[in-house]
Write a protein that binds this ligand. Structure first.
Ligand SMILES: Nc1ncnc2c1ncn2[C@@H]1O[C@H](COP(=O)(O)OP(=O)(O)OP(=O)(O)O)[C@@H](O)[C@H]1O
Ligand SMILES: [Mg+2]
Length: 285
């Protein structure tokens, strides 16, 4: 038996797409042959060119969509849908527009049947953690993009899931807030032993946060190399970025990514025609 927290076994995800409104449907391979084990309590960061299937992979892990083939195991059991053991921070903030910031954070706690008094206390604590105490009673449309994202992060942390799945959670933040939250996330990770999968476009961010950096390649999306990051680089301290080791790893990852970008540009998009019977399938989009 495997001791992995999360196991991907040759996971493939296809979408049925149409290039023109009434044109023929075809299968599009968003993710192919993804195989990876994530250890319990590991912090794994995931980088890759835009459109290579990172969010697709996270949706699969969250149980929001099912793989076309292959297997996704959590604690050795197949993922069959979303559950409270996994907290997801989406690339686009997914807040309830009719709830205030505080009420959004309290939402997961309601589902978890936490008592009302405790709920508010906890929600306030996490709101403070993301620096938004003064905005407790604001509705999402009254918050900036970065603020909304911070509320979403607080919400996913508040109900204390085993696994955190984070899709570019800090992308919309200013540099200072981003660094504060990176340090805070590392602190929470150390204190709680959560397993974290964190998608980012920032190579620096991937190296600073991850114990390993998985590099995805495009068309079809695959998990390519996985680079180990020595522990001294995940300290959350400011000086890390000036270490020669940091520079070397960043360059290595950058080179691997760049090679893939060149290859992608010189390749045509693989397109398998869809057999007639599937023409009636709903088109996702
Ligand atoms: N529901 C869907 N139906 C059809 N195609 C989809 C669907 N979702 C994603 N795709 C396609 O799958 C590919 C991977 O998309 P995905 O969102 O996973 O990329 P990504 O790596 O997260 O990109 P980014 O870095 O820009 O967020 C893209 O080509 C996208 O157009
Ligand atoms: Mg994405």
């Amino acid at each position: 038996m495997s001791t992995a927290k999360i196991s991907l076994r040759q996971v493939r995800k296809e979408f049925v797409v149409r290039d023109e409104g009434n044109g023929p449907a075809r299968r599009f391979v968003a993710l192919d042959d993804a195989t990876l084990d994530v250890r319990p309590g590991e912090f794994l960061t995931l980088v890759g060119p835009s459109g290579c299937g990172k969010s697709t992979l996270l949706d699969l892990l969250g149980g929001l969509t099912m793989p076309t083939s292959g297997q996704i195991l959590l604690d050795g059991r197949p993922v069959t849908g979303p559950a409270r053991d996994r907290g997801v921070v989406f690339q686009q903030y997914a807040l309830f527009p009719w709830r205030t910031a505080l009420q959004n954070i309290a939402f997961g706690l309601e589902i978890a049947r936490v008592r009302a008094s405790e709920r508010t206390e906890k929600a306030r604590h996490y709101l403070e953690l993301v620096g938004l105490s003064a905005f407790a009673n604001r509705y999402p449309h009254e918050l900036s993009g970065g603020m909304k994202q911070r509320v979403a992060i607080a919400r996913s942390l508040a109900y204390d899931p085993d696994v955190l799945l984070m899709d570019e959670p800090f992308a919309a933040l200013d540099a200072q807030t981003r660094e504060t939250l990176q340090i805070e996330l590392l602190r929470i990770w150390r204190a709680t032993a959560k397993t974290i999968i964190f998608i980012t476009h920032g190579i620096d961010e991937a190296v600073v946060l991850g114990q390993r950096v998985a590099i995805m390649t495009a068309r079809p999306g695959r998990i390519g190399r996985v680079v180990d990051i020595p522990e001294e680089l995940n300290s959350g301290s400011d000086d890390v970025r000036s270490l020669p080791l940091f520079g070397r790893l960043r360059h290595e990852i950058w080179t691997l990514l760049r090679e893939d970008v060149w290859e992608t540009q010189n390749q045509s998009v693989a397109a398998d025609p869809v057999p007639d019977r599937s023409r009636k399938e709903p088109v996702h989009g």
